[in-house]
Design a protein around this ligand. Structure first.
Ligand SMILES: *Cc1c(COP(=O)(O)O)cnc(C)c1O
Length: 383
């Protein structure tokens, strides 16, 4: 591919010396598990998210599972989440023994629909938690979701795995609910050099429970208050993440600038809709996802032109074989199903040049004009 979807090599080449120095520090200190590098990163990440506590864990999926366990969610409970998200959100629910209950999404933002949430809460027993997902880097409708959850006593858990640095009415993703979960999977806006994740919370008791759960339930070596897990963020990953966190803000600014270029170029095209950012949100564009009526044809054309576009996600969770036992059917969540047919992520990464961005949008524009002769004629007259 001449233009990849994302380019981690470009990012790490620029940071090579700092990353090597961080590795050297951890190697010499031998602080591989817990220790000062992790504590320092947790302080920095909490400050970045504008929230009192952050705890590093092994992955984003683990972060969600530990957050739910810390809240006491388990066997016999139901947890509501959008039908259109990465499978990790739902897997984490299953790992606690609880049952995932899917809810449809809003047609514009593709995040959890508060009205559908209300209907689902009224229909299901034992709803203990709701997990809005800040899909593609845009925060879900947290005010409305919190209001629905509050009426029934369900706790809200943010899945902020795609939204490091995003804002909602001025407040950061990760500070908008009882507890929030992040992934540091390499391609995320803040990515480790391997797997990693974190939870953030303003609740000191929840933070303590997660700290115990991730480390065999021990508050002191070999003194176990509860049955826990091996689920810590490695010291070396924490050291690398501390390096990368210093650049996150400027990377997100660049992501938004690229998104703006795409928006301007794609706004007037037939059959293609740029992503919509709702009022009060500051998007961080983990992915730039347009909706296209002839999505598969456009993707094939881009592939042939050496441009990597991708589909996040081709099958909504309620129709995945992994969840066949839950008994959902096609048609249950029409907005999620339409999104799965139409979404297409275009290349976007902070190191992407303006020329590469232009090559992508010009290729998309030419294809869309050719597909729509009347549009091409109208454009020709205007020119
Ligand atoms: C990446 C991601 C996760 C899971 O994170 P991992 O670190 O891969 O376990 C969960 N939810 C969403 C929305 C994600 O994008």
């Amino acid at each position: 591919m001449r233009i990849p979807l994302a380019d981690l090599r470009a990012q790490h080449t620029a940071l090579r010396d700092e990353l090597v120095e961080a590795f050297r520090r951890v190697l010499e200190s031998s602080a591989f598990v817990l220790g000062p590098e992790l504590a320092a990163f947790e302080r920095q990440f909490a400050a970045y998210c504008e929230v009192p506590h952050a705890l590093g864990v092994g992955s984003g999926t683990e972060a969600i599972a530990l957050a739910l366990r810390a809240l006491g969610v388990g066997l016999g409970d139901s947890v509501l989440l959008p039908a259109f998200t990465f499978i990790g959100t739902a897997e984490a629910v299953c790992h606690t023994g609880a049952r995932p209950v899917f809810v449809d999404i809003e047609p514009q933002t593709l995040t959890l629909d508060p009205a559908a949430l209300r209907a689902a809460i009224e229909k299901h027993h034992n709803v203990r938690a709701v997990i809005p997902v800040h899909l593609y880097g845009q925060v879900a409708a947290m005010h409305e979701i919190a209001a629905v959850a509050k009426e029934t006593g369900a706790v809200v858990v943010e899945d902020a795995a795609q939204a490091h640095g995003a804002r909602y009415h001025g407040r950061r993703a990760g500070s908008l609910a009882a507890i929030a979960c992040f992934s540091f999977y390499p391609s995320k806006n803040l990515g480790a050099l391997g797997d990693g994740g974190a939870i953030t919370t303003g609740d000191a008791d929840l933070a303590t429970r997660v700290a115990l759960l991730r480390d065999h339930g021990q508050h002191k070596k070999y003194m176990h208050d509860m049955v826990g897990f091996t689920a810590r963020l490695d010291g070396v990953q924490a050291a690398w993440l501390s390096v990368k966190l210093r650049y996150l803000e400027q990377w997100n600014v660049r992501r938004r600038a690229i998104a703006q270029m795409y928006d301007n170029a794609l706004r007037d095209l037939p059959g293609i809709s740029p992503p919509i950012t709702a009022a009060g949100r500051e998007h961080v564009y983990y992915l730039y996802v347009a909706r296209c009526s002839r999505r598969d044809a456009l993707k094939a054309h881009l592939d042939a032109c050496g441009i990597a576009a991708a589909i996040h996600y081709p099958v909504p969770l309620h129709l995945q074989p992994a969840f066949a036992h839950l008994g959902y059917r096609p048609g249950d969540f029409p907005v999620a199903e339409a999104a799965a047919r139409e979404v297409l992520a275009l290349p976007l990464y902070p190191e992407m040049s303006d020329a590469a961005v232009a090559e992508v949008y010009e290729t998309v524009r030419k294809w869309a004009m050719r597909a729509s002769p009347s549009m091409a004629a109208a454009q020709g007259q205007r020119a």
